[in-house]
Design a protein around this ligand. Sequence first.
Ligand SMILES: *Cc1c(COP(=O)(O)O)cnc(C)c1O
Length: 360
Amino acid sequence: MRNIRIVRPLVPDEEKFFGYLREIFDSRVFSNNGPFLLRLEERIKEYLGAANGAAFCNGTVALMVALRGLELSGKVIVTPFTFPATVNALQWAGLEPVFCDVDTETMNITPETVAKALTPDVSGILPVHVFGNPCDVVGFGALAEERGLKVIYDAAHAFGVEINGEPIGNFGDITMFSFHPTKLFHTGEGGFLTYKDSVLDGPIKQLRNFGIESDEVGTTMNGLNGKMNEIQAALGLCLIDQVEKERYGRMIISAMYVNFLQDVRGVKILHIPQNVRRSWQYFPICLPNRNYIFEELKKNGVFARKYFYPLCNEFKHFKGSVENTPNAKDISNTILCLPLYGDLGIRDVEFICDIIARGA
Ligand SMILES: *Cc1c(COP(=O)(O)O)cnc(C)c1O
């Protein structure tokens, strides 16, 4: 019996990682701006083409800090078609999420759907580059400028994504990346913020460290502990060297999926434009009998995921209704993310696609 999970996280070269661990043990520096953290931050900024950046213990906490760092208030417009962390972070930052609908083709919220939900008490927009498919970043930039809004992107799925060669983190005020093991690049748990405006560097790093201004002055902001530790950073320094190979492997596997599934009746494959350098986060398809296929795959040891079902505006602790977001509702009821990782074998891809083709 096969046991195929949605992703298979990268593991580091053991000799290299154990060497780093020994350095950490010898120095006894486990956290607080240690040498591995500082090295990793430089590497990630370089990889992402970002002028400024900060690493975090996870992406959710990074997002909370981003929202506080921009001093948002009142309401923030967000997509319901996302992992609940996106919307939870808003509430933890004392903000009220307002949901708007997504586009049926891109699965992302758009300047048009956001504009419809705009009221005077909205201070920001939190779009998600779902499955690494970039939002209309130019349109959001124009809307934000016109209406005086901040834009924070959730790029948890979009590590290393570029539009016409322009890094995804260069759009909006702040962009959040997640380094969870389910993502293309990971640090066990981890997250990262990039931001063009260097003025944000101070507040973001202060919020990450309890809000402490200095030992003498104490805390001058309502901060939290968002620090990434040295073991996470050491893992990241190993894995960053393996990302290009993994990215390439996922591209090949995705091409095989497309080849097997493009002519299967009822199966719709997410189209991402040619000018986008992709992160290959999952292989999402939509199909009318999604629940049946999901169960058939499971019976055969293939664990696909219904990302994102249920929608966030179905959860009782958020105000909203799926009836207000019909496109998101349709996608959520038909979406299925297939396993995708670099060393998924061609036989396995064939096996998965056979089950889908028989049942679709
Ligand atoms: C993974 C993910 C997050 C949360 O990131 P963590 O690092 O796990 O906290 C947020 N948003 C989206 C869209 C994600 O997929």
